[in-house]
Design a protein around this ligand. Sequence first.
Ligand code: GTP
Length: 191
Amino acid sequence: MQIVLPYAGIVLLIGPSNSGKSTLLKRMIEKREILPSEVISSDDFRVLVSDIEFIDWRDRPKDEADSLLGDYQSISKEAFSMMDSVIDARCRLNKLTFVDATHLHPDDRKRYLSLARKNNVPIISIVMDIHEDELLIRDEQRDNPRGKRRIRQQYQTFKKEKRFIKKEGYMSVYTIKETDNLEFNRRSNPI
Ligand code: GTP
């Protein structure tokens, strides 16, 4: 599949945890298709604002899990606020930015659609459509597992949301089921 990247604007990665968003972007950086500074990741910004790299959600009693969720939501709120300022600045400077977060909820996607519109730059989305069983297998194998319950919840949200994404107003939507054989064609001027 050939993916046409705009000269400037926003590339929104969309997909549950373990769908391979960060891995794809890392590979693109290694192949020098994009610059490290073109990737803005919610995981990185959570660390920047809180020092916390990872919360282990597995096998927690409910009250502990609820308290952790509260912490996680506060951290995420600050992280996204910082992220959005950087993305906004990059759009004003006519830079291209890949946003690495799940973007499963419509409000999270709408924020970037508005931001792109406000700055008069294109926005495209890359939707990572990976089967739930595969997401769960990858979770067991990764260093910082997100936990089965969280993956299943995210997958359900993704399944419900994916039909709406095409109509949300992106310049293009690329749905990816596997990342082999992807070819990126980057526009070299704003037109
Ligand atoms: P979050 O940061 O949790 O949202 O996940 P993500 O979508 O960014 O997934 P990430 O790229 O961090 O990959 C999570 C795990 O899945 C890692 O252990 C990867 O090695 C593995 N993984 C990612 N892409 C692939 C793939 O194409 N094939 C296989 N087999 N594993 C993959």
